[in-house]
Design a protein around this ligand. Sequence first.
Ligand SMILES: [Zn+2]
Length: 326
Amino acid sequence: MAILSGRSLLFVTKRLAAAWFSLSLCASLASAQGKVRIVVSVDWEGRSLEAENLAAFNAFRNDYPKIPLQLFLNAAYYTKADADPKLVTDNIRSVMRPGDEQGLHIHAWRSLFTAAGVTFKTEPAFKGPIDMEKCTPDCGHDVNVTAYSEAELRKVIAFSIKTLKKHGFDHPHSFRAGAWQADRKVLKALAAEGFTLDSSATDADFLKERWGKTLLYPVTKKIWPDTRASTQPYTIDLGDGKKILELPNNGCLADYVSGESILDSFQKNVAVLKANPEKDVYLSIGFHQETAVKYLPNLRKGIDLIQAAAAEQKIPVEFVVQPLGL
Ligand SMILES: [Zn+2]
């Protein structure tokens, strides 16, 4: 029998301790109920339904058939002066699949707000006040929705719901504000109109490179100062017995993040899962319909990297459309 020196004995003890630690970590992850639940969301800007973006969207659906989508639909497609309602509906439906969730997205389009009976405002807008002489056929996408009162926002929310339902879509209960601008007033308007989930929180630093010199960056930072890639769903108390569940868009959208950045957000959530393996963690990522050609490749890469990393690290992952049981 070999006799171990003091140094060798210490080395063996350290190796045994490391082996025990990794075994216990594996065992705890294997027996855990928790998963990384990934919500893939789509913001519909209400600007246009171009054939090339819808084709890229459809290709994504075909290549990732098991990923349901949280669709934040927009009624502004129907309020454009030249809108063909049947074509709008057919185009939106062409990329939908069973299992998708139909939520609501609002930008402060002039046509939408006017149709809802609200007087359009030209500012504050992220790239400066709107020049009404250039407002053809529509404008207002980058006007901050928080410029409007709670009563005005309720009118637009109610009108959007009515419009989408009139064209055969579900009554939405989930929401994302244009440019993530859901301050307390917006959240109160949502809760008053029956919404139970908002997914507007994000880390403004994702937006800094592209929007750092515009109003968008500081106002988003001010509304969501504490949101990070690993921030988990939480309830926001709005007073008067009203509340709303916040599902942070913690991995942001593909226009602002590379595939590697999406993987990085996933890994930050894996760390949260490992710290408490029995509790599900949520990662919200996604893209915009209007920029699907340009930015869906980022999301595809991010999802591919996540699936490879999850398989390698044996991390349970599930694609869902909203938090379960919260
Ligand atoms: Zn948007």
